[in-house]
Unconditional design. Sequence first.
Length: 80
Amino acid sequence: MPVKERVGTVISNKMQKTVVVAIENRSAHPKYGKTVVKTKHYKAHDEDNQCKEGDRVLIKESRPLSRTKRWTVSEILESR
């Protein structure tokens, strides 16, 4: 099974070696057709504490690293 990858924006880096990444999912409402934006937050492991708030990052699914961390930052796509 392939490893899941997501692209999102760092919204918090206040923890050590952990960042919170917001991922937007845009879809059409089933009845009305209006575009609805749903946001989901993922905690991702950032080994070197390189990520800053506002960065666009690529995260990959990994083994459980803590109670809530299941993702790791693989690369920073766009830095602020």
